[in-house]
Design a protein around this ligand. Sequence first.
Ligand code: ADP
Ligand code: MG
Length: 199
Amino acid sequence: MELYKLEKVSKIYHVANEKTHALDHIDLNINKGEIVVILGPSGSGKSTMLNILSGIDNPTSGKVFFDNKRIDKLNEKELTNYRKDNLGFIFQSYNLIANLNVLENVELGKELAKEPLNIKDLLELVGLKEHMKKYPYQLSGGQMQRVAIARAVVKNPSVLFCDEPTGALDEKTGKIVLSLLQEINQKYHTTIIIVTHNP
Ligand code: ADP
Ligand code: MG
């Protein structure tokens, strides 16, 4: 089942007199439940692609469909609902709230969710149940990213966007984070879209 479809999507940024073709006539299909990796060097347009798929930015030309509906034509309110109801995000920087503990950070992700997952089960899955009273400064990078994953996944999004999720981690820890994403994909059938420059 097709979840995303891009037709001839281009994005051109204009800054001063400079034009940057960040995306040039991209066609792409992403099926429900897939894990998709978008691989390319820095500056190749990966974040631009994520921004367009997630409705944070609009293409200069072309069409973007989610569940057979155009999302490049939605108004602000429709876009907010699209993101709120369907999407989760994780980034290279974990963006945890420093003065909230693990449990509270994950609870934040539950706000406004229609059918949130059970937090304790999720903390167990990401291996942080014994650490749920700790604050971000008391955690390793890998643990912080696992909190960020739990926070993104707790609302049970149909799509999880991961922008360089292992960018700040060593290779071994990065692999643990990727295995966790795979487990989440299998357990919750979350469509996972990862962008990275690291093969
Ligand atoms: P990646 O994530 O693969 O490193 P980006 O999508 O961030 O690549 O950037 C692709 C190209 O578009 C780069 O040349 C970058 O400088 C340019 N770019 C990205 N965002 C903007 C913006 N908001 N304004 C102008 N140029 C941008
Ligand atoms: Mg980027």
